[in-house]
Design a protein. Structure first.
Length: 91
């Protein structure tokens, strides 16, 4: 359940970051895919470190942790991919 929340939050985070960072945006589909990947990875990494979603359970605090870690992971990965894409496009 937590992973699904993280994936959805990652897609939302990726699209939100794309809306704010217009130069790094990958388009709606690209932002969503990068966000889903980042949301899943980010949530799992934070859970492994003891700071996030997958260990949180289905109570309100666990869901909030999954949303935050998935959204942040999605936004960060989308921005990172956008930056790399722009750097490679300049070459």
């Amino acid at each position: 359940m937590e992973l699904i929340i993280q994936l959805i939050a990652g897609a939302i985070g990726g699209n939100a970051a794309g809306a704010v960072l217009k130069k790094q945006s990958l388009g709606t589909l690209g932002n969503s895919l990068a966000g889903v990947l980042g949301g899943g990875l980010g949530g799992q990494i934070l859970a492994a470190l003891g700071a996030g979603g997958a260990a949180g359970g289905t109570d309100l605090a666990g869901i909030a942790q999954s949303l935050a870690s998935g959204g942040a992971g999605g936004a960060v990965l989308m921005a990172a991919i956008g930056i790399v894409k722009n750097v490679l496009a300049k070459r």
